[in-house]
Design a protein around this ligand. Sequence first.
Ligand SMILES: Nc1nc2c(ncn2[C@@H]2O[C@H](COP(=O)(O)OP(=O)(O)OP(=O)(O)O)[C@@H](O)[C@H]2O)c(=O)[nH]1
Length: 303
Amino acid sequence: MKKVEIYILGGFLGSGKTTLLRNILEQEKAAERKIAVLLNEMGSISIDSGMIQDDVPLKELFDGCICCTIQDKLESQLQELLLNDLDAIYIETTGAAHPVEVLDGILSPLFAESLEYKGIITVVDMLRWRDRESLSPQLKQLLMEQIRHADYILLNKQDLVSEMEAAKIAFSMAGINPGATTVLTSHSAVSLADLKALKMKKKAKHAKTEIGQHLNLKAIVHHFSNAINMEDFDSWLKNLPDTVYRMKGYISFKNSQYPYLFQYSYGMPFFMQESMKMPLNLVVIGENLEPEVIIEQLKDMEQ
Ligand SMILES: Nc1nc2c(ncn2[C@@H]2O[C@H](COP(=O)(O)OP(=O)(O)OP(=O)(O)O)[C@@H](O)[C@H]2O)c(=O)[nH]1
């Protein structure tokens, strides 16, 4: 029986996993391979799934990460995906996932005959890595674990650091995980041929760390009922605590016909105008956040 290749895409919040997935899907399509995607997002609303083309089978796991809360669901979703005649499955894990625990789910005896596990691909945001001292000890450890268990490391956002910094970071990766292939990328641009050449590393037996459960990461979801003022939103962004790591969503601004896709990662906002109506949901992810306060502030802007 033909085995279906399976890849795990990991990496910190906002590092470039979705960008990587989009690149891969384009290349897979050009190669005429049949692909399925399993998305696992924090927060109960999907922002990323809109970018997956309709002909790609897609399963989504919400509320919690694969590693801690929904292991059984992962198995049943994989089983369903395997009913399609597939060449490969890509799992995009939440930025808060511990990769080895995701791996445990896939390596279940249930799938021994049907899946060929290819490896963990970790995307590292080089800015985030450079400034990791500002993270809480738990998040710093998670970042480290994501790197340590990777088979393939993308040192991403090369455009945002100097050559010297990039070289230094690449050097430190070799110290942390000498067995992994490391590449420098901008916008997670890698060639599929490279990824397919991945050979599974022999995984050392690991003690279950259950890091995900101890992180105080929260995902807050807000639905806007009205358009808001761009200036108000801008000043809200400027006053956000630096424990807000990631935001994604659609925002409608006064005087513009269609909403904007809003992305925020590590203090950097990014807006792109859409050409149609979108559900006005915003997901805010961070540590030690007070959901009531944030929702109240967002609601105030809608007055
Ligand atoms: N400047 C720059 N921006 C990048 C690069 N790669 C990704 N981005 C941007 O960083 C933001 C986050 O990228 P995503 O691909 O959505 O990150 P992610 O890891 O999927 O994020 P989560 O799903 O929230 O964990 C987006 O605004 C991207 O356009 C890069 O190499 N350089």
